[in-house]
Each structure stands twice: as C-alpha cells, then as structure tokens.
Design a protein around this ligand. Sequence first.
Ligand code: SOE
Length: 402
Amino acid sequence: MSTQHSELRVGMVGYAFMGAAHSQAWRTVNRVYDLPARARMALICGRDAGKVADAADRLGWDAYTTDWRDVVTSDQIDVVDVCTPGDSHAEIALAALAAGKHVLCEKPLANTVDEARAMAAAAATAQAAGVRSMCGFNYRRVPAVTMMRQLIADGRLGVIRHVRAAYLQDWIVDPQFPLVWRLQKDRAGSGALGDIGAHIIDLTQYVTGQRITGVSAVTETFVKERPLPAGSSGLAAQADGNGRATGPVTVDDAAVFVARLDGGSLATYEASRFATGRKNALRVEINGSLGSVVFDLERLNELEFYDATRPTAEQGFTRILVTEGEHPYMSAWWPPGHIIGYEHSFTHQMRDFVEAVATGVDPAPSFADALQVQLVLDAVTRSAELGSSWTEVEPALAEVAA
Ligand code: SOE
C-alpha cells in the first residue's frame, strides 16, 4: 500500500527551455523519490493561449492560463515556479510570496541588485510565516558537484589556493542570429555574465564554501547590431546593408574576471557565448594544498581527483565515476555505471525543494544566496565599466613589433 502523501500543487510561469526542463523534473520527481508530499502539475502559464495550451498537453500540466496573476492568486496553488525571462522574476515572485506561495525562481534571481534585494527581503518576511523560497542554480545538484563540495568540506584538498571556472557556449557566434530577448539588457539584465556566469559564480562559492569579495573584470560585445526577430516590436531599429531591420545588442557577449574569495583563494572566471565549438561547456577546477578536483559538465558523471597525500610514485589525477548508490542523489536511479544526464539535476532540485517545503525547512540556495550572486554580477559589470584596475601594455617600438 502506498504511503499517504499530502499534495503540493504547482503553478509554473513560462514554458520555453527552462519550463520544459522544470516540467520534466516535476513529472519525474514523484516517481523516483518517496517524498513527504507529492508535486502536482496543476497550472502552467504563458502569454500565447495556443502555445501554452499545447505546452500544457505536451509537458503534462492539468490546466493552463495566460495570466500569471491567476497562478499567484489561486487558492488551488501552493508553489509558484518562475521560469520566465529575468525582467519578470521580481514582479511574479514578489506577488507570489505576498500571496503566501512557496517560490522556486530560475537563475539569475533578478535583472538588478535592487530587484534581488527586494526579493530577498520579501522571502525573509514570508519565511517567518513558513513560506519557503529557492533560486534554481541546478548545477549544484549534479551529483559530482555535490561530491566536489563534500571532498573540500572534508579537507581532502587542504587549503584552497585557486578556483578556475569557465562556462562557454557558441550559439550566437553567427552575426545573423537575431536579437532575441537574452541579448537585450532590459529583458535579460546582462548577457553571458548573468546567464552562464551566474552559474559558475554560484557553483564555485557552493563547492568551496567561500564568497567572492572582490573582482577585476573586462567584458565585450563582439557583435553590436543584430537582425530583429520576426514579429518583434518596440525595438529600436535601423536597416542593415540588405535592408533588414536590425537593433543594438545591449548586453555582454563575454565576461572575463579575476576574483578573490574570503578564504584567501585566487579565482579566474570566463563566461562567453563566443567560444566557437563549445556548446555548453562548464568546467571548474579547484586547487588546494593537499590536492585538486575538476568537474566538467560534458562528463557530468565524473570527477577528476588529485590526492597529493598519496605516495609520490602513485600520484596522478584519478577519474571517479560518480554513479555509486552512496554518491549524492544516485541511490534513486540505476545501478553503478548507468550514467545520468543534465535533466536529472532538475529532478534533484525538485526533490530537495519539495522535501524542504514539506518538512518546513528552508531550501538552498535561498534568495539571500542568490542576492549575493547578483551583487557579484553587479561588481563585475561596474569593474568592467570603470576599467579601474586595467593597466595598458606599452606598445613595443614599431620596428621591434614587426
Ligand atoms: C542558455 O545560456 C542556458 O539555457 C542557460 O540559461 C541555462 O541556465 C544553462 O543551464 C544552459 O544554457
């Protein structure tokens, strides 16, 4: 006989890539984990009635609406899952928290520090009334990443000296790629920095347990004008050489920065959408006084671990296959060696969120954790704009440079 479960009725706003990834996780989590509450895919919201009706059917939602206010005001909804572009995160999450709904909000938390501060404050107020909130930095829930954090917390790397993180994509290398919302500051807040840079900021702080205290940054927008998407309106337009309407790219295509963390380590970060050939390449390497550990998203079931305490003749990077039942999250899946994928990190995220809400504890990362990431993003943007720590290299003499 199945155990009796209470129900958490979920309302999700947004149905594009993240909406689909979250839907996969909401469909799966009850079947993989025995949780104190069952997540019910009650209501999905999108602005286009035809598309959201199709999404409800395809993704497995009970009902749909075109007004997010229906989601946050319904007394038939317990959880609001925000999967929209960044310019609506604050409005929806603040309304949901005020309505007493538990909130899961996609990363980055907001488009600005002010919005993130308001969201973190509202989450703290709501928390006093038992309302839970979390920001969807899903890569924390890749088993190998959780194991990375455990190795460091157990002292296996000793004192952390270096953090080295890159998140590289190439989906907008073609200058003819249209001016989608992710390339517009008022919609997305920033470009590669906030979209994928936020992930490596959160992930490195999570695995090291340290916080970034200062940065020195450069950013670049390589392609400054792009064709307007079909059917776009309200975008400042001019015509390119072929008479096609174009608009300005108002965000970074790439951000590179060095940082200090409060545990004394030095860090380098690179977030780019112009790393030709790199599709979704996230790599983090942590060097410590007793060893090093490397995570590569393209090999997400593995960790490379260098244990400098082993006999010299036996030292080398070993490949740990993170698929044993004792590894984080893995007991719910398949026997050892039967690897999992990107989408499983979202199922783990929903597991932890549902368990936290059902047992009355605060899930992590909190909105306060996500605010701290937003503050780092803001510092990177300000550093790049100021160029304060930038020292020009004196050009070599013409005859020498030739
Ligand atoms: C686009 O860069 C994107 O979908 C990000 O928004 C996600 O957070 C990342 O996991 C995959 O790439």
